[in-house]
Design a protein around this ligand. Structure first.
Ligand SMILES: [Zn+2]
Length: 312
């Protein structure tokens, strides 16, 4: 990986070391392996904070391989939480899965190194893990981003949860039982939430909007939009967020970090889709979003949960 050309994006191994350093500062924290990738790499996660029974929040990244900024954002949220906001950990459990798709991540690095187009979103079976979940999986799909087209980068796989990385994520959700969750992706400049597979509204639409606006208000320079996936972007089927919400009662957001940044990019980078997907100024992007992400932990501590959980 050419750091000068592609920015200070760390390898999964370096990210894992970061989490292990944080563990030393946070008593009771634990590391888990809930599964292995197609190529046999461990899918790792960490828990910081209160013991079982406290409201839990889950941050996950690295699902779409090329979106390296999400992995860094996940690490940044954990860092600020442990180093500066540790009091939140007295009343919440905060879980992190920073690299859901390690095979894809290394494939992107390999392609960058060999000067090949690093357009890798999928796992090693060429499945988009964010289309591989059960809700809406078998609905008639519309559009090239929907998932049923085998030759596209959004292929949903042969069956729901067919992929080992998806199973590793489900295992983590079973263990952590989060009330709130956030997936970290790029780009789009938005906080998006279910429903993903149709244009209606969930019973928790007002909560999703209110908490989304609260997160956006904490952004430093660039304030993102807030909308359901289907209203703000395009419909997706088999999306992780729909599964988290409809089957597990989790208030699940996706943060689409950054914007299509060619205007500010140097001409040598225009050919490179890695540069479209990941901001050049990593520190500024992380600083813009970290406090916003931590609002989710504050909300969990304050008892915010989906109506299906609270019985309301
Ligand atoms: Zn993505």
């Amino acid at each position: 990986m050419n750091r000068h050309r592609y920015g200070p994006y760390r390898t999964p191994t370096e990210i894992y070391d970061h989490f292990r350093c944080l563990m030393e500062m946070s008593p009771g924290s634990r590391e888990f392996v809930t599964g292995h990738s197609v190529r046999g790499r461990p899918v790792r996660s960490w828990r910081f904070g209160a013991d079982d029974g406290a409201p839990a929040v889950l941050f996950a990244a690295g699902c779409h391989a090329i979106e390296f900024i999400g992995v860094e954002q996940c690490a940044a949220v954990a860092g600020r939480l442990v180093k500066e906001r540790a009091r939140l950990l007295e009343e919440t459990a905060v879980w992190f899965m920073p690299v859901i798709n390690p095979d894809g991540h290394y494939s992107v690095r390999d392609r960058l190194r060999r000067h090949r187009v690093p357009l890798v979103k999928t796992n090693a079976n060429r499945v988009d893990l964010n289309r591989n979940f059960p809700v809406g999986f078998y609905e008639p799909h519309r559009g090239i981003m929907a998932g049923s087209h085998r030759k596209t980068i959004n292929y949903h796989g042969p069956a729901p949860l067919s992929e080992p990385e998806s199973k590793a994520f489900v295992e983590l959700v079973d263990m952590s039982n989060p009330a709130l969750a956030m997936q970290l992706h790029s780009f789009g400049g938005s906080f998006i939430f279910p429903p993903c597979h149709h244009r209606g509204e969930t019973p928790d639409h007002e909560t999703f909007m209110r908490l989304g606006e609260q997160m956006a208000a904490l952004q430093k320079q660039d304030r993102y939009s807030v909308a359901s996936v289907a209203q703000g972007m395009y419909s997706t089927y088999g999306d992780i967020d729909d599964w988290l919400y409809y089957e597990r009662g989790v208030l699940a957001y996706t943060l689409e970090i950054g914007r299509f940044g060619l205007k500010s990019a140097p001409p040598w980078s225009w050919w490179n889709i890695f540069m479209w997907t990941n901001p050049r100024d990593v520190a500024a992007a992380l600083d813009n979003n970290t406090d916003a992400c931590l609002r989710l932990v504050e909300a969990a501590a304050g008892g915010v949960a989906a109506k299906s959980r609270s019985g309301g």
